[in-house]
Design a binder for this molecule. Structure first.
Ligand SMILES: Nc1nc2c(ncn2[C@@H]2O[C@H](COP(=O)(O)OP(=O)(O)O)[C@@H](O)[C@H]2O)c(=O)[nH]1
Ligand SMILES: [Mg+2]
Length: 148
């Protein structure tokens, strides 16, 4: 089964995003199966331990995910950039996610631009609280999965 991994520091919003993506899917497909994403493939969403936890088991998850969501929740994102390299090396297709975007006055746009510039990655602003960006992220995940 294909896996989509959610990576980020502690409290970056990983678990909330997992539920937001799952809820979105249930509403959209009226499907009882929370793990099915748009009928492209059966995928497993994997919530991981914070990348800022010593001896994080996220290392292990990084080896097995087709698509990796790297959450960034504030403007210090050095550690996240290191993880992006690591994830790319292990063959994952990485999407940078500006998480908890409702907490930024500009919806995370400036941070997204900065991340995009240094990483070259597609960067999507998402709020699990308001639902903003969840649909866009879901569509991008599907695009990546169907390319695999
Ligand atoms: N305002 C806001 N708060 C959020 C959002 N996502 C998560 N949170 C809050 O941030 C905290 C950490 O979220 P959580 O999903 O547990 O983070 P995790 O440790 O990365 O799994 C919790 O108090 C959440 O309610 C969001 O999109 N907007
Ligand atoms: Mg969590």
């Amino acid at each position: 089964m294909k896996q989509v991994g959610i990576f980020g520091k502690r409290k970056s919003g990983k678990s909330a995003l997992m539920y937001a993506l799952t809820r979105h899917k249930i509403r959209q497909d009226a499907s009882l199966c929370a793990m099915e994403i748009s009928g492209v493939a059966k995928v497993m969403l994997v919530d991981t331990v914070g990348v800022d936890v010593e001896g994080s088991t996220a290392e292990k998850s990084a080896q097995s995910v087709e698509v990796a969501l790297m959450l960034i929740a504030n403007d210090s994102f050095e550690l996240e950039l290191a993880w992006i390299s690591k994830l790319r090396k292990s063959g994952s297709s990485v999407i940078a996610v500006i998480s908890r975007a409702d907490l930024f006055p500009d919806g995370g746009q400036a941070l997204a631009a900065a991340v995009r510039e240094v990483s070259g990655l597609e960067t999507i602003c998402v709020s699990s609280e308001t639902g903003a960006g969840v649909e866009e992220l879901d569509a991008e995940i599907n695009r990546r999965l169907s390319k695999e």
